[in-house]
Design a protein around this ligand. Structure first.
Ligand SMILES: NC(=O)c1ccc[n+]([C@@H]2O[C@H](COP(=O)([O-])OP(=O)(O)OC[C@H]3O[C@@H](n4cnc5c(N)ncnc54)[C@H](OP(=O)(O)O)[C@@H]3O)[C@@H](O)[C@H]2O)c1
Length: 281
């Protein structure tokens, strides 16, 4: 009965995380919704049932993770069925002009934080033969040029999922990767702001050299059809409810297209991308 099952979701202040929190709450799960600000938790509460419990959880802060885990352990008697590792940031731009501090931030949130949260909740998930749902991306399947850092983080999430899936089979647990294509969330606005700020700091001569790559990235982003975050939430719910979850869940047309394109020879894919970038000159 999922009605009484406890699930923890990271990054529920907006976008996919928020959609998952509200959708799973509606389905009857006992949702622990990770937020970094009290106000975001209060807002969620207004839209959810009394079951939903916002919890302060910053995936980059060890103390915040351990406090959240102890509170949830106490409340659930150590029985947590699901962990949805959703918190993440998007980030694009040429490697050469990206400050190392930004690279560390992406890796810290999207990869190390996700692993740290998983580790903290594993004893509870193991106890209930539970499930871990990692939110990957189509960039977990194909690493798009101009998004090397984000792609590296999302490939890492896929590798982590693949390895852990077998590691935790010992305990009858499932680990799945949800692969959304482009989703309508504020992540895109945040990324735009980040890029604008970054571009202001680039040496104009270097900016000119990277102009085709930057234009290519902008065009690709503008062309992609974005699906509603609720579509991802429905798939996350399926991955928690179904008896035998799939390894990967592709959500949306572009995620499915990317998974087909990934079967093409690398040389062909590189040529295709390169031709499109050259056209931007
Ligand atoms: N949007 C897309 O097209 C798309 C496609 C594929 C995959 N994804 C993935 O989906 C996930 C959610 O993205 P979204 O599109 O829903 O973006 P979003 O609306 O910007 O949500 C990101 C969430 O992550 C949280 N977060 C950021 N840093 C955190 C930290 N250190 N600790 C805890 N939470 C933190 C944010 O909280 P604050 O508000 O406190 O910053 C926010 O709740 C990400 O992993 C993203 O890579 C998105």
């Amino acid at each position: 009965m999922e009605n009484s099952k406890a699930v923890v979701i990271t990054g529920t202040s907006s976008g996919i995380g928020k959609a998952c929190a509200l959708y799973l709450d509606k389905m009857g799960f006992k949702v622990y919704a990770g937020v970094r600000k009290q106000a975001d938790g209060d807002n969620l509460r207004k839209e959810a049932s009394a079951r939903l419990t916002p919890i302060i959880l910053d995936v980059c802060d060890a103390e915040s993770i351990s406090t959240a885990a102890s509170v949830i352990e106490k409340e659930t008697g150590g029985n947590v069925f699901g962990l949805i590792n959703n918190a993440g940031i998007g980030q694009g731009g040429p490697l050469e002009v990206t400050p190392v501090s930004e690279i560390r931030k992406v890796m810290e949130i999207n990869v190390v934080g996700l692993m740290a949260v998983t580790q903290a909740f594993l004893p509870m998930l193991r106890k209930s033969k539970g499930r871990i749902v990692n939110i990957g991306s189509s960039t977990s399947i194909i690493a798009f040029p101009g998004a090397s850092i984000y792609a590296a983080s999302k490939f890492a999430v896929r590798a982590f999922t693949d390895s852990l899936r077998v590691e935790l089979k010992l305990f009858d647990m499932s680990v799945v990767l949800v692969v959304p294509g482009h989703v309508e969330t504020v992540m895109w606005n945040k990324e735009e702001k980040y890029k604008d700020k970054l571009h202001k700091t680039i040496d104009p001569e270097i900016a000119q050299q990277y102009a085709p790559l930057i234009k290519f990235g902008n065009k690709l982003t503008a062309e992609m059809e974005r699906i509603p975050a609720n579509e991802v939430a429905k798939v996350v719910a399926t991955s928690l409810k179904t008896k035998k979850p799939k390894h990967y869940y592709l959500v949306g047309k572009d995620a499915k297209g990317v998974s087909i394109a990934a079967k093409f020879p690398k040389r062909f894919l590189d040529w295709m991308f390169y031709k499109r970038i050259q056209k931007m000159e």
